[in-house]
Write a protein that binds this ligand. Structure first.
Ligand code: ACM
Ligand code: ZN
Length: 538
């Protein structure tokens, strides 16, 4: 027995160095005792409470990941107190908190909730070397890892309006998010260029609104088009499947119906909802359309409430995003119906903005929608424009035009998600030299180090109490120039890895040079998952 252990330790000494608990995102506390190892080998048991389906699912994930990384196949041995690997729930003070302990008794995973078990299993997955250790086993240095996320909202946006991405792609996207500890998938479902959400009350909305006649080639004002019809939408069953898949990975799906601007695809189907009556093609180029839903037509609110009612049936998320960005006010300024509504509501110029009455008309719509969503137990999130013209209490502001909207919102007592474009818009180039890079949204570079450097609490501008209103941070993958899965992952990675440390780690723990040292292990996993990434980092 002693001899066997000795031999295997000698054989395995090469693997010892390869186990590394310093993963991405970096756990809060990692205390390693490299002088001792536990040898994990094929056929060992993985135990959990058999009566608990959710722990069982997490055990299956862990089993799968250990096999993928090392070839070692663990046996699921529910309720076996002597199993080499054990997962259980305990009382810990933080949400999603976990401890991962390796010692002579094996590997123990304790967590405060199911999500914590999942995060712990991910940490163990990322700590393992990618080796064929089925015959030899892997030697894990003794360790105590204690960890929990810094922010409760750790998001990624995928724009499926400009380009449509398949359900299979989205599942992989969610797997990649989960690998990075993200827990909010912001699904941008509607755009001027395509309506992607099936609405049963309006059977023609998605089939017609999802298809544009053609797509601009190159910069959005190039005037050159490909002549190829483009479309695709998600049935409600597709959406439910995505919600289920995400939930199993402890990711909430925040659906977005962008209103009352970015609605040209809906106007194509229902031109009477526009101020001019149309006709409106589904938009074939990028940029911001001046065609928006009419703010004075009562049918606009009927339409929106019908759509959002069905959205709530499909998506259980507490948060629903209602967009609110870039709603140009020119049509409303000229539209008799909009002006009549402004008069009826008694809105007057307040000098705060150009078109200030029209801004207040948008606030009126926001409030109507907010009340409608409240009845369904939902809180709305809107882009920072929803602050203009006034905003009621429980709405959450997503700051995208830099941090100033988020700072202003927190000062007004609103909850905030930070997603400032210069740090978070990963549709922009990640390298200075763009010559051999895929087309992106130009104008500024959002390098991995830039993403990494973001501090969501902006302590110089906010009091500690105001900082407590910052729920978290998000990176956004807009897809004007991103039509294919490989390109999408290339834009995402490794910037999502950089963002994951913004979302998960305390600022005093962050160190970009150290992050770069830890990145190659992540890249091995990207390779294993078959996702593309940018192998250069600036
Ligand atoms: C945005 O980028 N228009 C939210
Ligand atoms: Zn109008």
């Amino acid at each position: 027995m002693f001899f066997l252990t000795f031999v295997s330790l000698v054989e395995l000494s090469a693997e010892v160095d390869k186990v590394d608990y310093h993963v991405i995102p970096m756990p809060k506390e990692v205390v390693v005792d490299s002088s001792n190892v536990f040898v994990l080998s094929d056929g060992m048991g993985l135990a959990y409470d058999a009566s608990d389906e959710e722990i069982c699912r997490n055990a299956q994930f862990l089993r799968q990941w250990v096999k993928e990384m090392t070839g070692i196949e663990l046996n699921l041995t529910p309720n076996d107190k002597k199993a080499a690997v054990r997962m259980s729930l305990v009382a810990l003070s933080e949400k999603e908190a976990y401890s991962l302990i390796v010692n002579g008794a094996g590997i123990q995973i304790y967590a405060s909730d199911y999500a914590g078990l999942f995060r712990a299993a991910q940490t163990l997955r990322k700590s393992l070397p990618m080796v064929d250790a089925k015959k030899t086993g892997v030697s894990l240095p003794y360790v105590t890892v204690n960890d929990h996320p810094r922010f409760e909202y750790r998001g990624v946006l995928l724009d499926c309006g400009r380009h449509f991405f398949s359900v299979d792609f989205i599942k992989k996207f969610l797997d990649v998010m989960a690998l990075h500890g993200c827990n909010q998938f912001h699904w941008h479902l509607t755009e001027d260029q395509g309506w992607r959400f099936e609405v049963k009350a309006y059977p023609s909305l998605a089939p017609m609104g999802s298809v544009r006649k053609e797509t601009v080639i190159g910069p959005y004002k190039s005037g050159v088009y490909d002549g190829v019809p483009y479309g695709g939408y998600y049935t409600q069953e597709d959406c439910r499947e995505i919600v289920r898949y995400a939930a199993e990975r402890y990711i909430n799906v925040v659906p977005e119906i962008d209103l009352p601007g970015h609605m040209q695809s809906a106007l194509h189907v229902f031109p009477h909802l526009g101020c001019t009556g149309g006709p409106y093609p589904v938009r074939t180029t990028w940029g911001v359309s001046k065609e928006v839903l009419c703010g004075g037509n009562p049918e606009t609110l009927v339409f929106l409430k019908t759509v959002l009612g069905e959205l709530c049936d499909v998506f259980p998320s507490k948060y629903v995003h209602i967009g609110g960005d870039e709603c140009r006010k020119h049509r409303w300024h000229e539209c008799p119906k909009c002006q009549a509504k402004i008069k009826e509501l008694g809105l007057v110029e307040d000098g705060k903005h150009e078109f200030s009455k029209e801004h207040q008309l948008q606030s009126y719509i926001n409030r109507e929608i907010e009340a409608f969503m409240k009845e369904r137990g939902r809180d709305i999130i809107g882009w920072d424009e929803i602050l203009e013209g006034g905003l009621s209490g429980s709405s959450i502001v997503m700051s995208w035009r830099g941090i100033k909207g988020g700072v202003a919102a927190a000062r007004e007592g609103h909850r905030v998600i930070m997603s400032p474009n210069v740090y978070s818009y990963i549709d922009h180039p990640q390298l200075k030299e763009t010559k051999n890079q895929p087309r992106t949204t130009d104008s500024y570079i959002v390098s991995a180090s830039k993403v990494y450097s973001f501090e969501p609490l902006v302590p110089d501008d906010l009091t500690v109490e105001q900082q407590s209103l910052i729920l978290g941070a998000q990176v956004n993958l807009w897809t004007e120039h991103v039509a294919y899965p490989n390109h999408a992952f290339y834009q995402l990675l490794p910037r999502l890895a950089a963002s994951s440390e913004v979302q998960w780690c305390l600022p005093e723990q962050k160190d970009f040079e150290d992050f770069k040292v830890r990145l190659p292990r992540m890249e091995e996993i990207y390779d294993l998952m078959g996702v593309t990434y940018c192998s250069q980092i600036e």
